[in-house]
Design a protein around this ligand. Structure first.
Ligand code: GAP
Length: 371
């Protein structure tokens, strides 16, 4: 989004923001989930999560009665300052609002012109009623978003563009096509800011689950913050097409689609771009100082450009398997031949095949594989 597109700039906005931002954005009034309480044990659930409610009813022998649904606001409050009364702020419930309240700063400092986008990645906080399903629903999570500013007449075109672009992006990084689908929001389901919304869903073990939303936010946000855009004699309120993804959710799904078991061993076939370590470097034997020194040299030089793992414990087979389990795509081994001709073996995680390369070819080889 940020590095490769000329029409998108990056931003890192504040986490704690004045309550007025959230009043203007509509979150204080409308960022709610319906909450019901079990009259027997006082556990609380989201009224719209029928399966969770049914599962809870089974935990009681007697018939469960529920309270009427109440609106429960998801914003997390914090208090700042040293004097009483302290100033109430909200931790951002979506990273989005930071892009809007910084809209003028971005336009004035980067001189972007519509159509353009502001992209961000960062923590968001929600007082979720029922966190669960591993990292799928948590109270502190990471979002990655693009707010793309357009003229109203172009909004549908860009909405379509970003839907297909985001699907393509997930597929290009390893989510299986058959595990992806788009689901359009019904009228009553739309968030308070949305004119149209489509969820990107993954076929998770716990059912089809949303992990990114592509939204047409209209001019809701900028007009609520009283912001306009001026260009060549005209002034107007841009419309916003948003792509809002969950880093934790997509990571969970990337992990699921890359998990393989072969002959009782685990291989995490993560796309090299997503693998935490891009390569691992080993000396064949840890008790031969000349091998260790040579391998350390390669490790030190590669780690300037990428995350590289080092391992000199146990036998070489065990080291390969340990790297396979955490998804490291390449293992580089320094052996006795290296001392003679400056070549190393490079083992590919997915094929287990090895090739011999010159040490000076390694940076080029890896950067091609990782791009
Ligand atoms: N700015 C729009 C927005 O925040 P959203 O559908 O409420 O839209 C966007 O959230 C994405 O953020 C979701 O698709 C999901 O991936 C992630 N997300 C939302 N709530 C989450 C939670 N409690 N835990 C983990 N991820 C969450």
């Amino acid at each position: 989004m940020v590095k490769y597109r000329d029409d998108v700039v990056g931003l890192d906005a504040a986490i704690m923001m004045n309550t007025k931002v959230w009043e203007a954005s509509g979150h204080v009034d409308a960022f709610t989930d319906p909450l019901v309480e079990c009259k027997i044990c006082h556990s609380r659930f989201r009224a719209d999560k029928e399966e969770e409610i049914k599962a809870h009813e089974k935990t009681h022998k007697e018939k469960v009665e529920w309270t009427e649904p109440k609106s429960f606001n998801l914003l997390v409050e914090a208090y700042l300052g040293v004097a009483e009364p302290k100033q109430k702020v909200y931790l951002r419930g979506e990273i989005t609002q930071g892009a809007f309240v910084n809209f003028e700063n971005v336009v004035n400092s980067t001189r972007v012109k519509i159509p353009f986008g502001i992209a961000q990645i960062g923590k968001a906080f929600r007082n979720e009623i029922t966190p669960g399903n591993f990292t799928y629903r948590s109270r502190e999570f990471e979002q990655m978003e693009l707010e793309f500013f357009v003229e109203e007449k172009d909004a549908d075109k860009w909405f379509k563009f970003w839907k297909s672009e985001r699907l393509r992006w997930y597929e290009s990084l390893g989510i299986k096509k058959e595990n992806l689908r788009m689901r359009s929001h019904e009228k009553g389901e739309l968030a308070h800011y949305a004119k149209a919304a489509e969820d990107i869903e993954y076929n998770a073990p716990f059912g089809w689950s949303e992990f990114e939303g592509v939204h047409n936010r209209g001019d809701w946000d900028l007009s609520r913050h009283k912001l306009t855009y001026k260009e060549e004699g005209k002034e107007f309120t841009p419309w916003v097409i948003e792509t809002s993804g969950g880093v934790d959710r997509s990571t969970l799904f990337f992990l699921l689609d890359s998990y393989h078991e072969e002959n009782g061993r685990v291989i995490l076939k993560l796309h090299p771009k997503l693998a935490p370590y891009k390569a691992a470097v080993f000396p064949l034997l840890a008790n031969k100082p000349e091998l260790v020194e040579k391998a350390k040299g390669i490790y030190d030089s590669l780690k300037k450009d990428m995350m590289v793992a080092w391992d000199d414990r146990g036998n070489i087979g065990k080291r390969y398997f340990a790297q396979d389990e955490i998804g490291t795509p390449f293992c580089i081994t320094v052996d006795f031949q290296t001392l003679e001709d400056n070549t190393v073996t490079v083992r590919n995680r997915d094929t287990a095949k090895q090739e011999r390369l010159k040490i000076q070819e390694l940076p080029d080889f890896l950067s091609k594989k990782l791009s």
